[in-house]
Design a protein around this ligand. Sequence first.
Ligand SMILES: *[C@@H]1O[C@H](CO)[C@@H](O)[C@H](O)[C@H]1NC(C)=O
Ligand SMILES: *[C@@H]1O[C@H](CO)[C@@H](O)[C@H](O)[C@H]1NC(C)=O
Ligand SMILES: *[C@@H]1O[C@H](CO)[C@@H](O)[C@H](O)[C@H]1NC(C)=O
Ligand SMILES: *[C@@H]1O[C@H](CO)[C@@H](O)[C@H](O)[C@H]1NC(C)=O
Ligand SMILES: *[C@@H]1O[C@H](CO)[C@@H](O)[C@H](O)[C@H]1NC(C)=O
Ligand SMILES: *[C@@H]1O[C@H](CO)[C@@H](O)[C@H](O)[C@H]1NC(C)=O
Length: 454
Amino acid sequence: MQRWQKKKKQLPLLALIFFVFIVFSILYNECNIRHIHGVQSEKDDNNHSHQSTVKIESLPKSTPPQNFTLPKKPPVGLDKFSKCSSTVPYSGRRAAWAVHTVESGGRRGAPEPEACDLFSGKWVFDNTSYPLYSESSCPYMSDQLACRKHGRTDLGYQFWRWQPHNCNLKRWNATEMWEKLRGKRLMFVGDSLNRGQWISMLCLLQSAIPADKQSITPNAELTIFTAENYNATVEFLWAPLLVESNSDDVVEHRLDERILRPDGILRHSSRWEHADILIFNSYLWWRQGSVKLLWSTEENAVCEEIDGVGGMELAMEAWADWVASHVDPLKKRVFFVTMSPTHQIKEEWEPGSQGNCYDEKLPISDEKYWGTGSNLPTMQMVHKVLNRLGSKVSVLNITQLSEYRKDGHPTIYRKFWEPLSAEKIADPASYSDCIHWCLPGVPDVWNEFLFHFL
Ligand SMILES: *[C@@H]1O[C@H](CO)[C@@H](O)[C@H](O)[C@H]1NC(C)=O
Ligand SMILES: *[C@@H]1O[C@H](CO)[C@@H](O)[C@H](O)[C@H]1NC(C)=O
Ligand SMILES: *[C@@H]1O[C@H](CO)[C@@H](O)[C@H](O)[C@H]1NC(C)=O
Ligand SMILES: *[C@@H]1O[C@H](CO)[C@@H](O)[C@H](O)[C@H]1NC(C)=O
Ligand SMILES: *[C@@H]1O[C@H](CO)[C@@H](O)[C@H](O)[C@H]1NC(C)=O
Ligand SMILES: *[C@@H]1O[C@H](CO)[C@@H](O)[C@H](O)[C@H]1NC(C)=O
């Protein structure tokens, strides 16, 4: 932590402003995998905001009167039109789970063979075994992650194998993975990083089954890939803040303020509760400054404001409460994926330089490397919450191993949903995506861990 703080002070103001700008523009602009079915154009999607105001029912009648139009579906809880009537500082209120104790119990962590830590190791160049699939042969590839298609010519990022120090990761085998999934629902729940891992999983799995035995539903809050011959599904649920929020619209979530319901898990849990294997993540959305809490008992739309880590802790507690009360580890497997690192500040791995991950072609080899984007207090908080859940949850601790992969991001080689100014085009680093990951690439390895542990 000391290291993190020290480094942070040295950051030039400009780099910080730049970082915030990039995170905002990329994170809130990344919501697209609709090319899977090519349903709508981005223009159509962005035009929803020009429609007249839809007021939601659950907000109190005392808010200023607004004009109503009929909502598309029955109004429930928070949505993109939700507003706070006023904002007060956080009251210190906690979800019940945080106050009561849960079963203590042995931490399963990941069921590791002997004392070997699979997450501790290094990247080894291996162009005979990798990549595990080809970008162009995967029908579920996202334009946000298809780096080669969008012009990347240095393809080294596809050829790295993760080599733990004192053991081996199980070799990926799609048929064997399907056998593990037979008759089951596997569901990823979280933000765009988790969606990247889901797409990676689809790409890893799809070639092992006939094309006419696989299908996928249109892009929605819950998107479902079905493998008929295994009676199995691989699903993705958009829930970037885990709890109910005003950002749960899968397309339109670029909003001025984040409002969440720290005691509202039901909207999402009702959709994930029947899955057999659950993979959760949440992190980057909590890194954009403070968030607003709208408790379900609040009748006047008065929000409480809290910093991002504090908000994430409340959301994690609501989530943990669900896990503690609903998960029988013999019947359901739950994984939590730790924070996905970003590479926004080149100075951190190459002192004295400027820029970001743009044009990076090799992983970092310093085994202690840890960037300031991966917030240590957040990691400690996550560790604490997961620890209390004991054997009910396994951690996919991908942070350190992904820290090394400054070469793995799309940078400018992805589809951008808004036109780029000439000024930006002239300066590629200014619009480089150093948050998401090219596929094939780093998330494939996260999935190999999953394969290993299942
Ligand atoms: C946005 O929607 C309005 C009304 O639905 C329409 O008249 C307008 O052409 C649309 N604009 C774009 C950019 O699609
Ligand atoms: C509601 O509609 C009335 C007339 O139809 C209009 O004058 C008013 O500005 C509208 N209010 C809002 C908040 O859109
Ligand atoms: C793998 O990489 C080595 C060294 O860069 C190269 O000589 C070889 O041709 C590559 N093999 C394949 C199959 O790409
Ligand atoms: C993959 O797993 C299947 C089923 O367990 C097995 O028959 C096959 O030989 C494996 N393939 C490889 C390359 O190991
Ligand atoms: C398919 O899997 C579901 C559980 O996901 C199960 O209820 C159902 O019986 C299975 N159907 C067949 C034909 O195996
Ligand atoms: C993940 O691993 C790091 C070391 O790389 C450790 O500090 C951290 O506590 C671990 N996180 C969790 C949630 O177990």
